[in-house]
Ligand binder design. Sequence first.
Ligand code: SAJ
Length: 428
Amino acid sequence: MKLGFENVCIMGIGYVGLPTASFLSSKGFNVLGVDTQAEIVDAVNSGRAHIHEPDLQEKMAEGLSTGRLRAAGVPSKADVFIITVPTPVNEDSSPDITCVESAIRMISPFVKPGNLVIIESTSPVGTTELMADIIRAERPDLKVPGFDSSEKNEIDEGQIFISYCPERILPGNMFSELVENDRIIGGIDRPSAETAKSFYSRFVSGLLLTTDSRTAEMSKLAENTFRDVNIAFANELSLICEKLGIDIWEMISLANRHPRVNIHSPGPGVGGHCIPIDPWFIYHSAPDTSRLIRTAREINDSMPSFTFSQIRAACKDVPDPVIAILGLSYKPDIDDLRTSPALEIVKKLIEARAGKLLVVEPFIDRLPDCLEQCSDVSLINDPSEAVNAADVVAILVPHTMFLDINLNGKTAKRHRVIDATGMLRNRD
Ligand code: SAJ
């Protein structure tokens, strides 16, 4: 069977799908990016990136001008289908994979023998098999492989290939990581793993590590959970050091001089759409044996309240305090406010009527809807202006442009500074 990979259909052109689509088009693939949100489709087709990522705008423009990139609301025939839709959690923190299911149902009518279907969305263990079941039910005419972790590498003539290949790209550095990161390639069967490996070998310089789909699903969850648990340890240490009157940043920098110790950075909480979510996927598969994972989640989720109380304490005795909030995104140098601890802290301050809030967030040009109607909050472009007008300065996100902020200006003596991420401590 001759396999082609020229035509790629990417389901979901959000934070992972759009950079991937733009990148693949710049590598010579013909890419159709599909999204159910018409505004996103229109924005992409008119050359406007709806997310901020270095070089994304240029890569998109190049793809559109060569005709290799376009967006649509529905899929069409392709050689490779890549699923990059969100996998959030429900109210009870159990995984919600309905977007993956619906993307698979959308592509099912277009899948042909020899096609490769890749799931990149972070998913609970067993999702790839469930998706194969859906395609099998929708398309009884196709040969859809079942889970087989053996090394048997005989292609069943006319079969399709299904693999789980988790994305691992770090927002802010996506285009390097798309090429350089090693990739885990988990086939539902061996021919699927080998076919996906052959596809990724066209543009990845990192290692292509093949395994079965279940191991690949778990590896992805373990990577992000590793980070969550490590950050929780750092956060717990910061709570302990606060009680004991020890400077957490000095303590960590000393401990990290040990050749086998690498304590992560404490902060105002863990945000984004991955690290605070993925550990729950493991927990819900095995709740009785995921005690450490659950505790880590609880510690990290408690951090915005801790930072909020530090800001409140700093405002004590200040009549009508003005509070400069430096940073609103979930981490430095990106525009993504999803699950942002800083945003949660701001909402708590508003609820507590803590004072007038001067928010500086260089990556957005208007406040999110949840803050826009609030008369106590304004978005200020110039960090120095906010700092100079404030009684209390809360540094919640260490954006690079904040590194030069002068907190020793004429009003410095009045400032009380909450340096939640150790930015000042680490820059000095
Ligand atoms: N954070 C800390 N302390 C630290 C490191 C991070 O508090 O020492 C906070 C950040 O401020 C942020 C949150 O954790 O609020 C998450 O940031 P992050 O940089 O750890 O991760 P993400 O969510 O931007 O991207 C992660 C990455 N995974 C790992 O590093 C294991 C990325 O490679 C994945 O592709 C991505 O999740 C994903 O999509 O799964």
